[in-house]
Structures are given as structure tokens and as C-alpha cells.
Design a protein around this ligand. Sequence first.
Ligand code: 13P
Length: 246
Amino acid sequence: MRDTLVIANWKMNGSRADNARWVETFNAKAPSLSSRCVVCAPFVYLSDLVNTLSIDVGAENVADEVQGAYTGEVSAEMLADIGVKWTIVGHSERRTLYGETDEGVAKKCARLVSANLRPILCVGETLEERKSGKTAEVVLRQLDAVLKVVSPKDLGAIAYEPVWAIGTGLTATPEEAQAVHAQLRARVAEVDDVAAQTLSILYGGSVKPANAATLFAMPDIDGGLIGGAALNPNDFLSIAQACPAR
Ligand code: 13P
């Protein structure tokens, strides 16, 4: 079957001292986990984490170009060079606050695949889009842009993150999330049925220790992408413990 995955997205949080405490707490309990975990962190901390964490490390963003005169950008090859294995792409905060387009997100995914990194592709609708019945249209448009340039077998994971549930305390119900996950998997299956069955589709948006188990019990929810709750290693461990191996 497919891997269950619980991925931390620290966003723009952390310090060397905080991270060292996080790693110590996490590493002590990591061997007891049955699901796979990844920590995605700001660029400046990635090397430290690669050297100290007992699990894979991911970035939160990547350049859409290969190399050259792109001041301030970090390429997929550079991430691979320091031992990073995964990268979040197309998070709604990047789409909304930094103007990332579906095509730009697709280009970033292609760069990651060329560098043998696993993209974690984020898709999700706004509250307005959900209320006007456009959820499927939006998430499938975001997915299709990437499937034009990247084979589904090269995606590390898809994360369904309803924008209205991120950092708000509002969560999609397990049934609402399951419905979207099934639509995403069906679309991937139109391109590659085998890859669709093994691709991990994660839910993100106010996942907490208290609601994780009911979300992860749904057949097409293969784990989570965790923001706020992942800043506390014990909460992140509790969420990971709620994610069964499949
Ligand atoms: P929260 O878990 O804080 O809602 O954030 C979710 C998220 O954006 C993960 O990428």
C-alpha cells in the first residue's frame, strides 16, 4: 500500500537553541513511531537539522531556476547538496502573499524532480471558493498544472490544505477532507493508476493531537502537513502517533 507520512512545516519560526531542544525531544521518541516523519524548516537551519535529526529534512520553498543571477534564491541542487530530501511547493501562503502561480509552482516541482528531491505539492481552496462550490475546480486546476510537467510517480506527496483551515483553528471535517482527497487521487489515477494508489495525500489545516486520529482514519488521508502544532515536539509526536502504518 502507501506510506503514511506526518510532515512538520515550521514556517518562519525557530532559533538554533529552540531547534536543538526540539530535536533532542523528538529523537528520543522517534524510534517508537510507525509512520514516517519529515521536518521542513527555514533554509538557514537545514544543515543543522540534516546533521542532528534522525529523520528526513525538507525545505519550505525552492527557486524555479537552475542556477545563476537570481539574488536571494536557493536552488534544488543546493538543497540536494546539503542532504535535504523533500521540499514544500505551492503552499497557500506563498501563492497568496508572494504571488506564486500554478505555472510557477509546476516549474519548481520540475526543478526538484530533476535534483532527485521529493516535492510536497500543496493545493487548497479559499473559504469564498468553497462557499461557491468551486473546491474541486480549484484543487484540480492546481494539481493539473503540475501533472503537465511532472509524472505522478515523482511527487513525494500532495497536501490538501484548505486555506480557511490554516492557522485558524477551523478544520475540514474528516468527511469533507476525504471527499477532496478522493477527487485528487482519482485525477492522478487518470494519468497513472499505479502511482495514484501509492501516492500519499496528506491533510493540512489546524491538525492537532485532539483531531488527528479521526482525520487519519479516513481511507484517502495518508497523514498530515502540520503547522502550528509542529512547533511543539510533543504535540508533533502525538500527531505522528495517531497516524497508523498502512
Ligand atoms: P496549521 O497547522 O498551523 O493550521 O498550518 C497548516 C499548514 O499551513 C501546514 O503547511
